[in-house]
Unconditional design. Sequence first.
Length: 406
Amino acid sequence: MNSALAPGKVHPEGAIASDFDYKAAVRSILPRLAATTHESDKLRRLSDDAANALRESGLARMITPRQFGGYELSPSAHIWCCAEIGNVCSAASWVLMVCVAHDYIIGRFPDKCQKEIYEGDADNLIAGSLAPQGVIERVDGGWRLTGRWQFGSGSDHSPWFILGTKASNPEPDGYVIHHVMVPRADVTLDDTWHTLGMRGTGSKDLVVNNAFIPEHRVMPTHPTFLGLSPHAKAPTYRLSVYSGLPAMLSGSVLGMAEAGVRAFVQATSKRTTPYGVVKAANASMQKRVAESMAEVTAARRLLGDMCGRFDTLMAIDQAPMSAQDRIQMRWDAAYVVELSRRAIERLYAAAGAHGLYEGNAVYRAFRDINTACHHAVVDFDTVSGMMGQFQLTGDLGENPRMAPFA
């Protein structure tokens, strides 16, 4: 159970030093993103203005390779940004989270592939679906890809897609699971996105039929996600994807929870029943608020601790991250999401009849968080089982050929 660091370790000063002030960039577009929330919900995809704001602010290139105009920042910067944006617009936060998380992976692909994707447009938003729902077959010069992938968040604004696949004819000792890059011309969007929450993310199905994928756009998943790609030229891309993606997701969900708790407190402090009863004076209501505020506060502290650990790992720059560090980050991310879910469910239960209406901020947080927490990387039952197994046996049950998303 060796670990490069432990929760609570202070990260070195300057670990995410950059000429890009990402905090100022976020704050500059928060009002603009807040104004797009209702439009994105109605469109069932991210509004064009929200997408443009993310691109124009420079946030879309936070983790893009420097050689193509990006900043190669630590995941901590991205996590912080997604949490702040989640406070005003869940759709914008989620799409930014997903697309920049894909940059975190693409930086491990060959230079030729990166050049195709980024040259001339480092601010692009790259959508996709990482679960291996498609099939690739080896052919002369590359592979043939066919499949349907669910949950392509941000797909309406994406010029390229990253997709998870299984090889139908892998080498006997080779990897089965791969990730591939596919241009938009080879992808059909199927609008299946009719959901309880996260409506503005436009997470449609992606369909590919017999597309040719050249060799330089295909990477074996397990070593790539561990940070062992020979094409990774910066510490950012030598961190674990298995740890980074859940942590990034947890930032978005926490931001949504903070917004929902804040909206509930503001509304309830003024609420009275038709009979003149002041809701804020109710002891049960006070208890609900105290518990939920404690949960989001604890989640924010845990998120900050995770960010510090990422910065430390960036400075250490030793791939692969230990199994202890990887499962601890995965568990902490799942717990941030679970705390966020508990906090908003407790308050929504006391939101009254007004909490049933579209446009109610507490209702929006409730439905968006309960949709987001169904994502496989933060499924609480799955991750708690993994964490318990590791603590008791020291084993994560990994199969490198099949590359479980763990």
